[in-house]
Ligand binder design. Structure first.
Ligand SMILES: [Zn+2]
Length: 242
């Protein structure tokens, strides 16, 4: 799998287990003071900094240098990205296979994109597919995941727009079948209302601006409950005057 290509530094450093056991500096190979109770050490001979680390995969303590620490830090960050991507894919109903297809398509064009940008392109591709197939539930789920990613990136206004769109589908009672929308099945769940509040608060977006953002985001979607009527319902839930 593409996401497994990250350099596995832990295994490549297994020879450093001996450095820890014999208390030998990884730079000058001289004996030095080490125990396992702290992460960072300075060699008593050459004054270089090194680290003592418990390898989760090799299940032993070992030593590594400053540069290797930076590599491990980078790998950990990449692994966090990888985990996030897997979580977002699960939430959106898309799979790693679909991600890989997109990855390969982008690779062929020799474009360099981050792993998250590839995910974003994948989402946008499926938004078009789902809207064409009138699969509004699947469409709505991707919009929801996008709102989460935008929130994490502190893009609060865009996150709010996505949440408003999601709430509009929820209120109109979306489905993946026919009819696509039936307001009788529509509702807005409280967790979504709370997320909307959190987003405009964190984004320091004024309450008076919310109506404009909601209407601008939803007025061209044309569902059984109009954008204006939907705002009346949502603004009550948000406890703000419409
Ligand atoms: Zn040394």
């Amino acid at each position: 799998m593409i996401l497994d290509q990250f350099f596995d530094i832990e295994e490549s450093l297994s020879n450093r287990i001996d450095n820890f056991k014999k208390k030998i500096c990884p730079y000058c190979n001289q004996p030095t003071t080490i125990d396992s109770s702290q992460l960072k050490w300075t060699c008593s001979s050459c004054k270089s900094d090194f680290y003592v680390w418990y390898g989760n995969k090799i299940r032993k303590k070992y030593i590594f240098t400053d540069n290797e620490y930076k590599q491990i830090d980078k790998e950990n960050k990449l692994n966090n990205v990888k985990e996030s991507i897997i979580i977002y894919l699960n939430q959106s109903g898309l799979s790693i296979n679909e991600y890989e297809v997109m990855y390969n398509e982008i690779n062929k064009t020799k474009t360099i994109l981050s792993f998250m940008d590839i995910l974003w392109k994948l989402f946008n591709k499926y938004l078009v597919v789902y809207i064409n197939n009138k699969q509004y539930g699947l469409y709505r789920n991707i919009k929801y995941v996008q709102s989460q990613i935008l929130f994490r990136g502190k893009k609060y206004q865009q996150s709010l727009e996505s949440l408003f769109e999601v709430s509009y589908y929820d209120l109109n009672g979306y489905s993946n079948g026919i009819p696509s929308f039936d307001p009788k099945n529509g509702s807005i769940y409280n967790p979504l209302v709370e997320e909307i509040k959190q987003t405009y608060k964190d984004g320091k977006i004024k309450k008076e601006e919310l109506v404009k953002i909601f209407i601008n985001t939803t007025q061209n979607i044309h569902l059984p409950i109009s954008a204006n009527d939907a705002w009346l319902i949502l603004s009550k839930k948000l406890r703000i005057s419409a």
